[in-house]
Design a protein. Structure first.
Length: 234
């Protein structure tokens, strides 16, 4: 793990964006990028649309999702909807460059369908599709993607995508498994806000015996870069 600490959320997003652009410059083919949802993702989309129009080769990117709520694409809870509103439409991203999870379909069937789509579209690495970049979020309960502490089996699930359920609301979601996440070439995790400081502190601790999904990913990834404005202690 590489930890990058900044003084503000804008500096976090700026460094992540520069890291993405740098990786893309070394990559001639289309760059397959998986996006997450959540408040930090919304902040990132707005930052990209407003301040990174000329800094990133948007035509090179192919967009996928780490996870999605099982709702229609125009639902206010849809991860796709706010990416469409805040990023894709403002930047004029072509529809053929966007591979959304169809949250309106039957969850189990869509998880299989999206797994096959990813297998067809991405290069193979160690027997699994490999994303060029994966941007993960981190929840205050220690979840990442839609892998919650209540479903640790998804961390080692051999499928690409699977159906999960939010532990409080019961809402079904489709999520990338830990196995596919850890197969990614570049894994970036922006963590913004003081409310997540204690969670991040525990997640990166080598002595903490917890089994949070985010801690598992950080400790098992070949390389993951965490960008944060949290006042954590090293």
């Amino acid at each position: 793990m590489k930890l990058c600490i900044f003084n503000s959320a804008e500096e976090v997003l700026q460094c992540l964006s520069k890291n993405l652009a740098s990786c893309m410059e070394k990559h001639d083919a289309p760059f397959h990028l998986a996006l997450s949802g959540g408040s930090t993702a919304r902040m990132m989309f707005e930052f990209w649309a407003e301040k990174c129009k000329g800094n990133i080769h948007w035509e090179q990117l192919r967009f996928y999702w780490v996870d999605e709520r099982c709702v229609a694409p125009d639902d206010e809870e849809s991860n796709f909807k706010y990416a469409e509103d805040l990023l894709f439409r403002p930047l004029g991203i072509p529809a053929e460059h966007i591979c959304r999870i169809r949250g309106e379909e039957r969850p189990e069937m869509e998880a299989e369908h999206y797994s096959e789509l990813v297998r067809r579209s991405l290069p193979d690495f160690s027997g699994l599709p490999r994303f060029d970049g994966i941007i993960l979020g981190m929840g205050e309960d220690g979840h990442t993607a839609s892998i919650f502490p209540e479903c640790p089996e998804l961390l080692t699930d051999k499928r690409c995508y699977a159906v999960t359920r939010h532990p409080q609301t019961g809402q079904k979601r489709i999520t990338m498994t830990g196995t596919l996440i850890l197969n990614g070439k570049n894994i970036w995790m922006p963590v913004v806000g003081t409310r997540k400081t204690a969670v991040l502190q525990k997640a990166i601790s080598t002595t903490w015996p917890g089994d949070w999904p985010v801690a598992y990913i950080i400790s098992h990834a070949r390389e993951v870069i965490v960008f944060t404005d949290s006042g954590i202690e090293l």
